[in-house]
Design a protein around this ligand. Structure first.
Ligand SMILES: Cc1cc2nc3c(=O)[nH]c(=O)nc-3n(C[C@H](O)[C@H](O)[C@H](O)COP(=O)(O)OP(=O)(O)OC[C@H]3O[C@@H](n4cnc5c(N)ncnc54)[C@H](O)[C@@H]3O)c2cc1C
Length: 414
């Protein structure tokens, strides 16, 4: 049996970032995962570091959008009918949190954490030799109709209040940034301060290598073996038992499996999402992620090709993939960009771990001394990994956290 200062459970972007920040404080840390580093949700995302986030993705507010989803015609959302009764309480809470006043409140609460997102990645990338993955080329959002563009007025006002720059573009202005786009849209918004990465797995792996260089230990083991051993936490790994006074749970969409073992219940739901890679035709290329808002998909340049990611799917986390949204959005994507053939033969499925108020839980678990949670990063876990890592490490080390942790406390659900 070995002893460390802390155990971090889960080696996605969140757990690895937590582990690095703890190791930087001179603590001995064991990072435990049952699979490879960064190979789950943190592998397949769209690679956007979206420190600009004003409002989180919200429950549809107009009947037309809801009807399209209900009729399974929408690109932005799909669902398994038999799953709806299970997820209904969460959906109702999500709808309540999507009311305009609640969204404004959320925007204010989350700003300090998101504001550090790009800087914290840049700092870790510099230490980890991962800066080659970073693109500071912003994010382009395409709006095919004036109506969807007009709906952005409040977001623009709040962005101005926060000092977030944006450029409101017409078709020609957007094509000046991305010449390969076809003029099938009326309006676009360019968010110049968003960044993106060309290989999310490469980034997480580089941070894990930095953790190992700081003396951190990476072990294979099942987090569900976590239990109390005297006044310490113990987890079983392939190298034997590890004990520590403190333990951080960073299991992303699998967190409920361990919380259930510990008798804890939090309203964490899953929004599944898919990706596929495509070649571009001829010399066509993209310099940054592009969201095509109304059909509801995103294309982004990755080392593997043009990665297309889908919107959300409400279905059991472990149910077989049902990537029907591609049938709805690929024709729209081919209208917008000269997509060629697929460059992979596998469709990737990931699960965004989401709380109904779109805020992660970062902090202590009440009633469980030494147990900490960093879970529920939803649509923006790549974005928030390093900022979360810094914040929880500051809290655990008794330092003043760089932003107020109160909005992220688990107690808000009790
Ligand atoms: C289609 C899609 C697009 C996205 N695009 C973006 C984007 O552009 N920008 C952005 O910021 N975010 C994006 N996200 C969200 C982002 O990917 C997630 O929020 C983030 O990856 C969550 O990271 P995590 O470390 O919490 O979870 P994970 O990466 O899933 O890590 C959890 C780890 O826990 C391990 N684990 C699970 N169970 C056990 C167990 N019993 N024992 C031991 N280990 C275990 C897993 O193996 C895994 O390594 C996207 C998500 C999807 C699905």
């Amino acid at each position: 049996m070995a002893r460390t200062d802390a155990i971090v459970l889960g080696a996605g972007i969140v757990g690895v970032s937590v582990a690095v920040h703890l190791a930087k404080r001179g603590l001995s840390i064991a990072l435990v995962d049952r699979a490879g580093i960064g190979e789950q949700t943190s592998y397949g995302n769209a690679g956007i570091i979206e420190g600009n986030t004003v409002f989180p993705p919200a429950f549809p507010s107009n009947f037309g959008a809801l009807a399209r989803i209900a009729l399974k015609r929408a690109g932005e959302a799909n669902y398994h009918l038999s799953f709806l009764p299970h997820v209904m309480p969460w959906l109702l809470a999500f709808r309540a949190a999507s009311q305009p006043d609640r969204l404004l409140e959320t925007a204010e609460l989350i700003r300090p954490l998101y504001a550090r997102a790009v800087d914290e990645h840049e700092a870790l990338m510099a230490e980890a030799g991962a800066s080659r993955y970073l693109r500071k080329t912003g994010w382009l959002k395409i709006y095919r109709g004036e109506k969807s563009f007009a709906a952005l007025a409040t977001e623009f006002d709040v962005a101005a209040k926060f000092g977030l720059p944006l450029q409101d573009l017409d078709t020609t202005g957007a094509q000046a940034l991305e010449p390969a786009l076809h003029p099938v849209f009326a309006r676009a918004v360019f968010w110049p301060q968003a960044a993106s990465v060309s290989n999310p797995l490469g980034v997480t792996s580089a941070y894990a290598a930095r953790f190992a260089a700081l003396g951190g230990v990476i072990l294979a083991g099942d987090a569900r073996s976590l239990h109390r051993a005297g006044n310490r936490w113990r987890v079983e790994t392939n190298e034997g038992s590890i004990d520590a006074a403190e333990c951080v749970v960073a299991l992303g969409p699998w967190a409920p499996d361990l919380l259930a073992v510990l008798g804890l219940k939090l309203p964490l739901a899953i929004k599944r999402g898919y990706h596929r890679h495509f070649r571009a035709q001829g010399n066509a290329g993209l310099s940054r992620p592009v969201l095509d808002a109304e059909p509801g998909y995103l294309i982004t340049p990755m080392e593997q090709g043009i990665r297309m990611t889908t919107g959300v799917e409400f279905a059991p986390r472990d149910a077989p993939p049902t990537p029907v949204q591609f049938d709805r959005v690929v024709p729209a994507a081919r209208e917008l960009f000269p997509l060629g053939e697929r460059s992979d033969d596998k469709t990737w499925l990931g699960s965004r771990p989401c709380f109904p108020d779109s805020r992660p839980v970062i902090g202590r678990v009440p009633g469980h001394p030494g147990l900490w949670l960093t879970i529920g990063h939803a649509h923006w876990g790549l974005t928030l990994g390093p900022a979360t890592g810094r914040m929880i490490a500051e809290m655990m080390a008794g330092e003043q956290p760089f932003c107020d942790p109160a909005p992220y406390r688990a107690e808000r659900f009790s």
